[in-house]
Design a protein around this ligand. Structure first.
Ligand code: AVJ
Length: 302
């Protein structure tokens, strides 16, 4: 499977989507509250300050499709300001979170049709037809999670969203921007060590769910900004030569050999505009904070 395959590569890697079990999601929530982690609070600020303009840009009677909706924490703000949204389609891999969020939202928005899809949002899921015809399909992908994708997969994923939303549709997306290296570095190397715990928890999860025998104190969190590749790279570095049992296989680690656990790409507005264009989108609108740390963008399907 994916885990073993990743660990058998010459440069070992584990997919970052595995961070988010119950404990991992809680650790991530703590990350979003850290002083050093400017992303979440900045995105929230921009949303709050620009919500009228954002809602006007999305227009009346849209069908809102949220990719990786989780607990739909950011959704009410948008729903509260949209003009007569016809349907909300949350997509998430976690059935529990999806159904809980759908139930909660159906109570707050009794007139809104909620059509949850339990799926990996990068897969080819089928979009349900709303009872009322909407004016346009708008995808919502906040949080700069697009940063987790390498260039090609990012383009393919955006192209898939463009295809799903179709002519007249669009994508409201949060995109983290390039900035001073030291600010980027601190965001993934917080003083309190929450990001380190988040990273190391991946091994704890494997130990529990796959019966592997990773020794957590024999791996170290290592994250840095790679300017040539425009990305934060997060690694777990083996602190000594060791072997780990993964199913029937023994995986050998050299001293200081790493497992690459996450990339978090950072863009300039131009670079993201080019990526969007190559996926069939036109950048219609960009909303920024005063420091230009983070952008919320509305892309329309070409
Ligand atoms: C949720 C993917 C946007 O890349 O900043 C935070 C995940 N990893 N700290 C990010 C994360 C380490 C986060 N995203």
């Amino acid at each position: 499977m994916e885990i073993l395959q990743g660990l058998q590569k010459p440069i070992k890697e584990l997919p970052s989507k595995y961070f988010y079990d119950e404990v991992g999601s809680q650790l991530f929530d703590r990350i979003t509250e850290l002083d050093e982690y400017y992303l979440t609070r900045t995105e929230l600020q921009v949303m709050q300050q620009q919500i009228q303009d954002i809602a006007a840009t999305l227009g009346p009677r849209c069908m809102l499709i949220e990719y990786g909706s989780g607990s739909s924490m950011k959704t009410p703000q948008l729903l509260d300001h949209l003009e007569q949204p016809v349907a909300y389609v949350p997509i998430d891999i976690s059935k529990e979170h999806l159904l809980q969020a759908s139930l909660r939202l159906s109570q707050s928005y009794p007139k809104l049709e909620i059509l949850p899809i339990c799926a990996d949002y990068t897969s080819n899921f089928a979009l349900p037809d709303p009872t009322q015809p909407g004016a346009r399909k708008v995808a919502y992908y906040p949080g700069s999670t697009i940063g987790n994708f390498d260039r090609e997969p990012a383009r393919n994923f955006l192209a898939q969203i463009a295809h799903t939303c179709g002519q007249g549709g669009g994508l409201l997306i949060g995109v983290d921007l390039k900035k001073d290296f030291s600010i980027l570095h601190s965001a993934y190397n917080d003083q309190a060590g929450v990001t380190a715990a988040f990273n190391l928890h991946l091994l704890e999860r494997l130990n529990h769910e796959l019966n592997t025998d990773f020794q957590l104190d024999q791996f170290g969190h290592y994250a840095f900004y790679n300017p040539a590749e425009s990305r934060i790279e997060m690694h777990l570095v083996s602190l000594r030569k060791q072997q780990v049992q993964v199913g029937k296989e023994k995986i050998a680690f050299d001293e200081y050999e790493s497992i690459w656990t996450e990339s978090s790409y950072k863009y300039t507005l131009d670079e993201f505009g080019q990526l969007a264009a190559s996926a069939g989108f036109k950048v219609e609108h960009i909303w920024l904070d005063t420091q230009k740390f983070f952008s919320i963008q509305y892309l329309s399907v070409i």
